[in-house]
Each structure stands twice: as C-alpha cells, then as structure tokens.
Design a protein around this ligand. Structure first.
Ligand SMILES: Nc1ncnc2c1ncn2[C@@H]1O[C@H](COP(=O)(O)OP(=O)(O)OP(=O)(O)O)[C@@H](O)[C@H]1O
Ligand SMILES: [Mg+2]
Length: 268
C-alpha cells in the first residue's frame, strides 16, 4: 500500500472508531479526552484485539475518564487519562519519589504515560499479593485497559454509596485492613488515596481501584500516605457503622510484619 493510501486507510479506521464513540452517551467530555493521538492509540488497541468496541461512559474523574469497552463477550473498563487537564505537576512529584520512575521527564504526554504505566504496575503488584483489584490487561500511552468491576448491567458502586448491615460492615472492614497490610508488607506499596471513593463494592466484596498515585515504601512520603489511608478507612467505618479503629489497623500491620520477619529469619 502506498504511503498516501495507508494514511487514508488509517483515517477511515479512526473515523469508524470515532463513530462508535459518538454512539456512547457522554458527548460533552469527548473533545477533552479523545484527541487525535488518543484515538490512534485506541485504534492500535483495537487492531491488536485488546478491545473490539467502545461502550458508554462510566465516570468522569478528576484526572481520567472511565469508559466501558468490549472484547468478545467480555466487558472491560478503559481509564483514559486526559492529557490537557491532568495535574501533571502533582504527577511529577509522585513520580520523582518512586525509584521505578524517578527520572521520567519530558512532555506532558510523557509524564501522563509514565503515570499510566505506574498505575498498571501497581495494579499488577497488588493482584500478585492477593488484593482484589481490577485485573490490568494492557496499557498504551494514556490508556489503561482493565476488567470492569460489576455484573453485566450494573457497574459496582463505590463503598460510599452502599448501606451495609453491621455484620457486613465488620467483614468488609477486616478485608480492607487485610488488603492494606498485604499491600504494605508483601507488595511494599502504599495506596496513597484510599477511601470509600476508591473502594468498589462488588457483590459483597471490596475491590480496590485507582492506584496511579500508589507509591513504594522508599518514597519519602510513604509513611505519611499510609497514616492518611489508615485514618480515612478507620474514620469512615467508625462514623457510619461504629466499626473498627486506627489502632486495630496498625495492630494488624504489625502482626503481619512480625510474622513475615519470623519466616524470613527461619529461611535465613
Ligand atoms: N475497573 C473499573 N470497573 C468499574 N468501575 C470503575 C473501574 N475503574 C474505575 N471505575 C469507576 O470510575 C470512577 C473513577 O475511577 P478512578 O477513581 O480510577 O479515576 P480518577 O480519575 O482517579 O477519579 P477520581 O479523581 O474521581 O478519584 C471510580 O470511582 C469508579 O466508579
Ligand atoms: Mg478515584
């Protein structure tokens, strides 16, 4: 194919994707999020068979838009970080403290891509130690492809929109505490934005989301972020259900740490 027809062919394909996007129910956010390069990256993901089609909007967050997508019969979530409206100074601060990404510099686009890669890797690492997170499937530039949490029609609601019985609240609290502890003790990660907004309630089980800002323990702010995460979770459950406390969470973290230290000592 000649260069020219190749370009034309590409334009047509982008138009097809664009048409699908126009069918989605969120028209006003499109211009900010679907710039030409993002469309090309979406097309690339489609050509690799990662997605078949785009669905409607799930949510417009502070930094990203979440859309449904489909591959085969399976529903996916696409988190597309907006290049134009991302707070990339804050992103840079988080990236610089992280030895995995410390020397990322360059354009806004490059920073946002590093941020997307960071979220992908954090989700992978969390999943490896047994934390329930959306399974990360692929990433390209500012686009993260992951499992959609929910069942068919319904996307799982955030914890803040759910009313639990006291028994369930206790169980969910314990599970979240376990996740904070294994993230810290086994994955060497701190979520750094943990709250009832970033925990989904999926058919009786908590699922942790939104890990772009999560940091490794050697980040200078890691301790402070951990304290804040623990305070957020404890205060939410205390106020709404009169369940749990910060002390309980710290005790669990210490207990798990001692156990891991003990095992490591035995193994020399
Ligand atoms: N994998 C997923 N499955 C289902 N819903 C999701 C998924 N990922 C995100 N969402 C929904 O989209 C919302 C925004 O996602 P997320 O928190 O990752 O983005 P954000 O831009 O950081 O948002 P915010 O700034 O509001 O925290 C979530 O609160 C949740 O309702
Ligand atoms: Mg969020």
């Amino acid at each position: 194919m000649s260069r020219r027809t190749k370009d034309e062919d590409f334009d047509t394909k982008i138009d097809v994707l664009r048409t699908r996007i126009k069918d989605s129910d969120d028209l006003n956010v499109q211009d900010a999020v679907f710039d030409k390069r993002t469309l090309m990256d979406l097309y690339h993901l489609a050509s690799k068979g990662v997605i078949d089609a785009l669905g409607g909007s799930v949510c417009t967050g502070k930094e990203a838009n979440i859309f449904k997508a489909i591959v085969g019969e399976k529903e996916l979530a696409l988190k597309i970080y907006r290049i134009s409206t991302s707070n990339f100074n804050a992103m840079q601060d988080y990236l610089h403290g992280d030895p995995r990404f410390g020397n990322v510099k360059g354009t806004k686009r490059a920073i946002v891509a590093a941020w997307t890669r960071k979220e992908f890797r954090n989700l992978t690492r969390a999943e490896e130690v047994g934390v329930a997170v959306p399974h990360p499937i692929a990433m390209r530039e500012n686009i993260l492809v992951m499992d959609l949490i929910g069942n068919g029609e319904n996307v799982a609601p955030p914890l803040k929109d759910v009313e639990l019985e006291t028994e369930d609240a206790k169980r969910i609290f314990e599970k979240i505490v376990e996740y904070i502890s294994v993230l810290y003790n086994r994955a060497q990660l701190v979520h750094a934005d943990l709250s009832e907004f970033n925990i989904l309630y999926d058919e009786g089980e908590p699922v942790i989301i939104d890990m772009g800002q999560s940091v490794t323990l050697d980040h200078p702010m890691a301790r402070r972020f951990l304290e804040r995460d623990i305070a957020n979770v404890a205060h939410y459950f205390k106020k709404k259900y009169n369940v749990g406390s910060t002390e309980e969470i710290w005790a669990r973290l210490r207990k798990d740490k001692d156990e891991i230290d003990e095992i490591n000592k035995k193994e020399g």
